[in-house]
Design a protein around this ligand. Structure first.
Ligand code: HEC
Length: 145
């Protein structure tokens, strides 16, 4: 009797631990492949990029002025395994070169959406949103398959 009670308790603890794992897994995993920006956002970002970034980084995200390219293979070193929040922070505080923090967080995110779109990451039905900082910290820019 005692033995089966112990077994039931052990089973219950194991089950609830599995539940916890599942919940925290769900909450923390937002895949870059799920469509984390929209076509419309990438389009807005394209306009901002062409006005604020293209003189140095190139209209096709390939630079002929010495600024880093924002496509593969250079993209791998600057972007892979970073979170959207990390890229936002880096770009916001350094770009456009000479005029950091001259755009709103939302405009920087629109430009990031454009750069991701240009690199063939899929668009979806939600936007990268400056008011969702925690979510931005959880989206990791995994390499495309
Ligand atoms: C006046 C030229 C110039 C402009 C305009 C400019 N950049 Fe840059 N950018 C550079 C240079 C030079 C570097 C490399 C040195 C450095 O990191 O500061 C760089 C580095 C970067 C990097 C780091 C490399 C990487 O792949 O992570 C990113 C991202 C970037 N720029 C994005 C942008 C964005 C987005 C804009 C527009 C909002 C922009 N830049 C505007 C010249 C420029």
């Amino acid at each position: 009797m005692l033995r089966s009670l112990v077994l039931i308790l052990v089973g219950a603890v194991a089950l609830s631990a599995a539940d916890d794992r599942k919940e925290s897994g769900d909450a923390s995993s937002v895949s870059i492949f799920d469509g984390v920006f929209t076509e419309a956002q990438a389009e807005r970002g394209k306009t901002a990029y062409e006005a604020q970034c293209a003189t140095c980084h190139g209209l096709d995200l390939t630079s002929d002025s010495g600024a880093p390219n924002l496509v593969m293979p250079a993209f791998r070193f600057g972007w892979h395994r970073r979170t959207i929040a990390q890229k936002l922070e880096k770009i916001r505080t350094t770009m456009p070169q000479g005029f950091p923090e001259s755009m709103s967080d939302q405009e920087y995110l629109d430009v990031i959406a454009y750069i991701l779109h240009f690199n063939k990451y899929p668009a979806g039905d939600r936007e990268l949103d400056a008011d969702q900082k925690e979510l931005l910290e959880r989206i990791v820019i995994e390499p495309l398959p």
